[in-house]
Design a protein. Structure first.
Length: 540
């Protein structure tokens, strides 16, 4: 399909639909498509002052299907402009022959691919072709029904329009030996430039056997297998959506380590059902990734989870940013119930962009995640600020509050006292009688932060939805527990401590549930401080 026809079909697909962006449960500071289905973030690329967000998208319906690459752009990672469909499922509407599954994008600044023309830098997208039928392709290659292969598309106008590389696609037809039989679930290529070896690197998943393959190339077209990784740590579901990147230490240490991220579906964090994302910290020499000894646990299901909640999946990184400005984005949904969430005319949203770094804890490197600093652009009035030397046992109602909030809560570790206090925290999107509520807090005995959405509003989406989710969190060196909470119309993201633990969960509260309350259970809680700031809509 040539570029002009692809652009025409993109416009025809309805991307210019006039949504209000204030429908019930429409996220107000999290990205969502104008209408229809969305899942994984794809092809995240910062190029020439613009952040590109591509995403798995059904342009024609609110359920998973006809998977294409939607597209949006931003100059600050906060406010987004919807663009025409970038890569459209091929054959629609008569008969979809190839869907465009997850992948990545890079700027080929040195034109290693040879696809640049007249000095124009080609943007290269490498994605998984999901072939629906056995077919002979324009390149002369033949594929089987339900085959997954890796293909390439390119843009010569900074991502506005794209052309499929039909002369050679797919550029990687099947997994390398001895894994040729894994052609049905061979997917999700993540590409990046490795400066030390002056090579392009590609990481792909052999999903069913919990293995990643690492490839190298001089030109983004011809790829050679360099190494493999896995299976290790959590293997309860298929592996997918890998990405690999270096991260610097936040403070008190020079240098960096490499982080390998892998999606898992199902088999997510303990206490969840469905999707989850694990990570490994180690070293990469341009050919092989070697995890640190305290990051890999052969022979069991232990894992390092990027997020301990149910609704953070398929995370990937923006290419084109410096190492000390690493930003990740995850899909704020779960394959367990993603097709049933009560939203219309769209379904699916992205989590808030996160800045990643490392800190040293003894001999162990710890991953830190924190809301991107540009959230300050969305901050409105400070709605509430107070400190309590001792927060008494029970619940204190702070009254109705806005529905978009940035909350900072801290309190002393009651484990060091004999008060008997078991929990402390905050309740959001509550009715005054607490029949509807989302409870966020900390269990002092178990050293766990939690989100309880059992009474959060609409909870009959799936039998697993009304659940309490936990994440490990130790007090800081001063014995203080800190929680940072981002509250949107249909979700909460909780960052514990410096961001060493996170927990993301969708909620669908009723319209009259606007109260905020603080609580201390089974005793008083000392040294409590609370700050609540209003956030503004990115769609205003």
């Amino acid at each position: 399909m040539n570029t002009l026809r692809l652009l025409y079909l993109s416009l025809w697909a309805g991307i210019t639909w006039a949504a209000s962006f204030h429908e019930p449960y429409r996220p107000q500071f999290h990205f969502s498509p104008t209408k229809n289905w969305m899942n994984d973030p794809n092809g995240l690329l910062y190029h020439d002052g613009t952040y590109h967000l591509f995403f798995q998208h059904n342009p024609y319906g609110i359920q998973d299907g006809n998977i294409s690459w939607g597209h949006a752009t931003s100059h600050d990672l906060m406010h987004w402009e919807h663009q025409p469909i970038a890569l459209l499922a091929r054959g629609y509407p008569q008969n979809v022959t190839e869907m465009i599954f997850t992948g990545s994008a890079v700027a080929d600044t040195n034109n290693t691919s040879g696809l640049g023309v007249d000095g124009k830098i080609p943007l290269i997208a490498i994605y998984t072709s999901a072939y629906q039928y056995a077919q002979d392709l324009p390149s002369g290659k033949s594929v089987k029904a339900n085959q997954q292969s890796q293909s390439l598309a390119y843009s010569l106008d900074d991502g506005k329009t794209w052309s499929y590389y039909d002369a050679l696609n797919p550029i990687i037809e099947t997994p390398a030996a001895p894994y040729e039989d894994q052609w049905q679930n061979f997917r999700d290529p993540f590409a990046f430039w490795h400066d030390e070896t002056q090579k392009w690197i590609l990481v792909t998943a052999l999903s069913d056997i919990h293995k990643l393959m690492i490839w190298t190339s001089d030109n983004l077209i011809d790829w050679t297998v360099a190494s493999e990784f896995g299976p290790v740590n959590a293997v309860g579901g298929v592996w997918e959506c890998p990405n690999l990147f270096p991260l610097p230490f936040k403070a008190d240490k020079t240098g960096s380590k490499w982080v390998l991220v892998v999606g898992l579906n199902p088999g997510g964090p303990p206490g969840t059902v469905g999707s989850g994302t694990q990570y490994f910290i180690g070293d990469f020499n341009g050919t092989a990734f070697v995890p640190d000894a305290d990051s890999a646990y052969p022979g069991n299901e232990t894992a390092n989870w990027m997020d301990w909640g149910p609704d953070w999946y398929a995370a990937t990184a923006w290419n084109g940013l410096p190492e000390d400005d690493h930003v990740q984005l995850g899909w704020m949904n779960n394959w367990q119930y993603g097709s049933k969430i009560p939203t219309n005319p769209w379904r699916g949203a992205m989590a808030f962009p996160r800045h990643l770094s490392l800190k040293q804890d003894g001999e162990k490197a710890i991953l830190l995640q924190w809301p991107h600093q540009n959230i300050t652009e969305l901050r409105g009035k400070e709605r509430f600020r107070r400190s309590w030397s001792s927060l008494r046992n029970g619940v204190q109602d702070l009254g109705p509050q806005e529905r978009l909030l940035d909350i900072e809560l801290a309190f002393a570790d009651q484990g060091k006292t004999t008060s008997g206090t078991s929990e402390a925290g905050i309740i959001v999107r509550a009715t005054s009688d607490l029949k509807t509520q989302t409870r966020i807090g900390y269990d002092f005995d178990k050293k766990l932060m939690f989100v309880d959405r059992t009474k959060s509003g609409i909870t009959d989406i799936d039998k697993t939805f009304p659940t309490i989710y936990h994440a490990p969190l130790t007090p800081d060196e001063h014995g203080i527990i800190k929680l940072r909470i981002l509250l949107d119309w249909a979700g909460v993201e909780v960052f514990g401590g410096e961001g060493e633990s996170t927990l993301t969960a969708q909620i669908f509260p009723f319209a009259n549930a606007t109260h905020v309350q603080v609580f201390s259970k089974d005793g008083s809680t000392d040294d409590v401080s609370l700050k609540i700031s209003e956030l503004t809509s990115i769609w205003s």
